[in-house]
Write a protein that binds this ligand. Structure first.
Ligand SMILES: Cc1cc2nc3c(=O)[nH]c(=O)nc-3n(C[C@H](O)[C@H](O)[C@H](O)COP(=O)(O)OP(=O)(O)OC[C@H]3O[C@@H](n4cnc5c(N)ncnc54)[C@H](O)[C@@H]3O)c2cc1C
Length: 476
């Protein structure tokens, strides 16, 4: 068959549903997962282990999505690793931090699910072979609850590697260069399959009673970002290029409700002049933040929206993360920033100040003042809640940072069982969603570490729910 015939049939299929496309190539599955990031792979593995036929479709040439870029960690409360360290965390505190961090806009039932299941999500990751044994902290958390591999490996890279290995071991059907361009519907309004485009532009259909949308957010789609937040039009993004939000269109076309779309997160620490995100763990591990005058100007561990707003008020709308050799050694990812030549260094605060063009006297005073607060365990200037290390072990280092578009809190509306809700607030039969494509978990501001947590917890719920729906054919 000629390619143009395939395309023509594809168009027909888009207009008429999967049966119109049957002559070309039709496959069948129980559960189709759209997207191969943390949410998609978790959902797919969970459904696969429930013994249904699963196909994962990923439009990019590699699996992993934004998840494989995640560097800081995953939040979870009451975990075995916190207990080992005597960290007095509870589900209630994680709920309160998350809800407050999201400015009371999140859906309380979804936040509750996130917090309550977070510890078992750490156990689930451990069971599939991930190392989540180190515990640190990111902004907006009252206690240390950010889980990550010991030794400083980036959390997302590690998790996706483990998930790829699991998919291979299970012989799962995971396809790259497979873009879903339509979700088909039965005359009764239930999911009946998807239309897929391969890397040659050819189309094929997969019929299935359930689809799990795990297609991520839209921070790399600056046009879409500007539609909701025109003031962000000139910002750059920290995301992988596939984070364009197609899943939102697929769901909206089907009648799904979208929520909180204007809630777009700016991350305070993108390396100035690049697309590289400097993980929040650099601040969590002890770095301070100074402006062009060499002065501290904020609690470095405040929430992302507050930190971004504070940086944007500084001269040049940039700032500097300042740290020393001990902090450098505490986090493997920092070495990567050196390799990328994002770091400037000096043997003393004055020498560093010269290298980055700030006032040397001010920088020395800022570092000395911070070290005093650190020793006294009380930051009198900005109320920073956690100061794990002083900044006093030469060489001194700095990375210039500016806020960048990082995360989209809005997305498809779901209920506590990850069923996608239609405009009427009722679940769309057979459609599930998990991860950044959904809205409601983070409200107006996501706390660092809560997204990976969301992808695993809601991915597991979606995988279970979709498998059960496919097996029984009834609403779950
Ligand atoms: C640089 C960076 C660092 C981060 N660090 C952290 C952190 O430390 N902790 C934390 O909690 N969060 C972090 N985040 C956020 C977090 O990584 C993401 O929000 C989360 O991984 C999203 O997971 P997901 O599975 O929902 O989507 P993704 O991982 O983005 O996966 C979605 C996948 O769907 C694919 N897709 C999209 N449309 C289609 C289509 N039509 N057909 C087929 N496939 C499609 C995409 O290509 C993508 O691969 C970070 C994000 C970035 C960018």
């Amino acid at each position: 068959m000629q390619r143009r015939d395939v395309l023509r049939l594809g168009t027909l299929a888009m207009l008429a549903g999967p049966s119109a496309f049957a002559a070309v190539r039709v496959e069948r599955a129980d559960v189709i997962v759209i997207g191969s990031g943390g949410a998609g792979m978790t959902a797919a593995m969970t459904a696969f282990d429930a013994k249904v036929k699963v196909v994962v479709l990923e439009k990019m040439p590699i699996t992993g999505g934004n998840t494989q870029l995640a560097a800081g960690g995953m939040n979870a409360a009451e975990t075995v690793f916190q207990k080992k360290r005597g960290i007095p965390d509870t589900v209630k505190i994680m709920y309160e931090d998350t809800y407050k961090g999201g400015k009371n806009l999140a859906k309380p039932d979804l936040v509750e699910i996130l917090a309550r299941n977070s510890s078992s999500s750490i156990d689930w990751l451990t069971a599939i072979g991930a190392d989540m044994s180190d515990v640190g902290r990111m902004g907006g958390a009252s206690v240390n609850r950010t889980h990550r591999p010991t030794g400083g490996e980036a959390v997302g890279h590690h998790i996706i590697h483990v998930m790829r290995q699991n998919a291979i071991k299970r012989r799962m059907d995971v396809r790259t260069n497979a873009k879903v361009i339509k979700i088909f519907e039965t005359p009764g309004g239930a999911v009946s399959g998807v239309l897929v485009q391969n890397k040659l532009g050819q189309l094929y259909t997969i019929e299935a009673p359930t689809v799990i949308l795990a297609s991520g957010g839209f921070s790399a789609n600056l046009e879409r970002v500007a539609k909701y937040r025109p003031e962000y039009a000139s910002f750059s993004s920290t995301n992988q290029p596939g984070a364009t939000g197609d899943g939102l269109d697929l769901a909206a076309e089907f009648g799904a409700k979208l929520v909180d779309m204007e809630q777009i997160q700016i991350h305070p620490t993108q390396a100035a002049g690049s697309k590289i995100l400097i993980t929040e763990a650099v601040r969590g591990n002890g770095a301070i933040c100074v402006n062009r005058e060499g002065k501290r100007f904020m609690n470095e561990l405040t929430t992302r929206d507050a930190a971004s707003a504070a940086i944007l008020k500084q001269k040049g709308q940039t700032a500097f993360l300042v740290f020393d050799e001990t902090i450098r050694r505490s986090l493997k990812q920092i070495e990567g920033y050196f390799h990328l030549e994002l770091v400037k260094s000096g043997k003393s605060p004055e020498e560093l100040a010269k290298a980055i063009g700030v006032d040397g006297g001010n920088l020395a005073v800022a570092i000395e003042g911070y070290n005093k607060f650190q020793a006294a365990k009380k930051d009198d200037d900005f109320g920073r809640p956690d100061m794990p290390r002083p900044v006093k072990d030469p060489d001194y280092h700095a990375i210039e940072i500016r806020p960048g578009i990082h995360y989209t809190m809005g997305g498809v509306a779901i209920d506590g069982r990850t069923r996608v809700l239609g405009q009427d607030g009722k679940p769309i039969p057979g459609m599930f969603a998990a991860g950044e494509v959904t809205g409601g978990v983070h409200g107006a501001n996501r706390l660092g570490g809560n997204s990976i947590s969301e992808t695993i917890t809601f991915g597991r719920i979606a995988g279970r729910g979709a498998a059960q729906f496919a097996k029984t054919g009834r609403r779950v």
